[in-house]
Design a protein around this ligand. Structure first.
Ligand code: SDX
Length: 437
């Protein structure tokens, strides 16, 4: 029983006057952040729907996992600021926190790390599924297919009413998605699958599966492994974003966890969402040089031009995305380690950010760089092709989707998600014979 939210009962009442009647709507307060007006009974009482395309003012659920204050540019995971988790923690510790609500103690950390490490191999038959793809398939297409296909390989953890099976499926997803992501990458470049290693950390293992070859020893660069950890932590969860909402909606029908996460991967692929890191790098390459920035700034401001600055703006952040700050620092650390002094894309990115942050259009609309603005430059420097950028986002976000999915399944109030509509089509009419059309 929570002392906040709908369990705690209404702490005030909103009054809605419509159609000559007044309706009392309960208001629930959370622990921090905006309160909510409960409209769940409005249609039954009044015959009216609420209307909110894009859900800009709609809370779809109650959650304890992640809190974002868009005005302050604050991101908390179970209360811990993202900057502290990225600076002081590691990814598996963040996974434990998101899944269980607390940072693990030494014993919990050892058990969880061991459980994930020893679940990283995938069923060998998945190799044959992988080989069905064309070599030039986009790795995100492979991810959607392979993660969805996990439903066909791990039947023994698909009963969502069984807490033990939910836990096994959750750990399988966190453990195996990096292996599948690396398989997608090596397959796309015609190299053999590199199997996971149990003597490596989560990030080291992923880099090894991507970049080592059987022909020679491969040593993971510790600075790149640290950067990979930070990038995974920064992307782990983000409240009720589009892909997380997709996972929740798919899960609300009772679909198995592998199918729900595959749905989340499909949604993340879009350029307005997780696909923005790939699109941002394309944009920086298209701009090419600092002297062309004004031309693109003008296009971004032109209402008749669909062009947008990729990696800028956010539905919630109306201040600097706190993840972008850490991402920028990580970007500089990676470039320095790799001895990449003058990456023209970074020069364009830094100058574009400087100009945009002083331009009235962007300032008035509170458009700041988001996490996708610097991630592409960093990942490119690390050796990933841009087609892998959203795959890495999906890899890291798997734990957030899984944590939010578990929270939804365990919520006694959860029901199948089924929005309504404002209908603007034809009223009822009789069938017209062909001769009359
Ligand atoms: C992610 O939700 C999450 O939490 C997502 C995410 C996560 O971790 O899960 O944070 C990850 O998806 C980050 C966002 C990545 N996307 C991009 O970088 C793509 C470029 N950004 C835009 O497409 C846009 O900013 C969105 C999609 C991110 C947000 O769109 P909204 O909230 O619907 O805002 P909007 O489109 O209504 O824009 C408001 C105004 C508009 O102008 P007006 O119609 O009011 O005159 O700002 C303008 C827009 O034209 N605008 C931009 C812009 N983004 C918004 N103008 C130029 N360039 C941009 N990038």
């Amino acid at each position: 029983m929570s002392k906040f939210g709908s369990d705690a009962g209404a702490n005030e009442t909103a009054k809605l006057e419509v159609g000559g009647k007044t309706y009392d709507l309960p208001v629930y307060g959370g622990s921090i952040g905006p309160s909510v007006i409960d409209v769940s009974k409005l249609y039954g009482d009044s015959g009216y729907f609420t209307y909110d395309p894009g859900f800009t003012s709609t809370a779809s659920c109650e959650s304890d996992i992640t809190y974002i204050d868009g005005e302050k540019g604050q991101l908390l995971h179970r209360g811990y600021p993202i900057g502290q988790l990225a600076e002081k923690g590691n990814f598996l510790e963040t996974c434990y926190l998101l899944m269980n609500g607390e940072l693990p103690n030494a014993e919990e950390n050892e058990e969880f790390t061991r459980a994930i490490t020893y679940h990283t191999m995938v069923h060998e038959q998945m190799q044959y599924f992988l080989r069905g793809f064309r070599r030039d398939a986009h790795p995100m297409a492979i991810m959607v297919g392979m993660v969805g296909a996990m439903s066909a390989f791990y039947h023994d953890s698909t009963d969502i009413t069984d807490a033990e099976q939910r836990m096994i499926a959750s750990r399988r997803l966190i453990a195996k998605v990096p292996t599948i992501a690396a398989m997608a990458y090596t397959f796309s470049i015609g190299q053999p699958t590199v199997y996971p290693r149990n003597d490596m950390t989560y990030a080291e293992n992923f880099l090894n599966m991507c970049f080592s070859v059987p022909a020679e020893e491969y040593t993971v660069n510790p600075v790149l492994a640290d950067a990979m950890e930070k990038i995974f932590i920064l992307h782990a969860d983000h409240e009720q974003n589009a892909s997380t909402s997709t996972v929740r909606l798919a899960g609300s029908s009772g679909a198995n966890p592998f199918a729900c996460i595959a749905a989340g991967i499909a949604c993340l692929w879009g350029p307005s969402h997780g696909g923005a890191n790939e699109a941002a790098l394309d944009m920086l390459a298209e701009i090419g040089t600092v002297d062309r920035i004004p031309e693109f700034i003008a296009r971004a401001k032109d209402k008749n031009d669909p062009f947008r600055l990729m990696g800028f703006g956010h539905r919630v952040y109306k201040n600097y995305d706190p993840r972008a700050t850490v991402m920028q620092e990580t970007c500089h650390a990676v470039l320095k380690t790799l001895g990449i002094k003058d990456d023209p894309l970074l020069d364009v990115a830094m100058e574009l950010e400087r100009i945009a942050l002083s331009d009235e259009y962007f300032v008035s609309k509170k458009l700041y760089p988001n996490i996708d603005f610097y991630s592409g430059i960093t990942l490119k420097a690390m050796g990933f092709p841009k087609t892998m950028f959203t795959v890495l986002f999906a890899l890291a976000r798997t734990v957030g989707w899984v944590a939010q999915w578990n929270e939804m399944v365990e919520d006694p109030k959860q029901r199948i998600g089924r929005p309504r509509q404002l209908f603007t089509g034809s009223p009822v009419r009789d069938y017209k014979e062909l001769s009359e059309r």
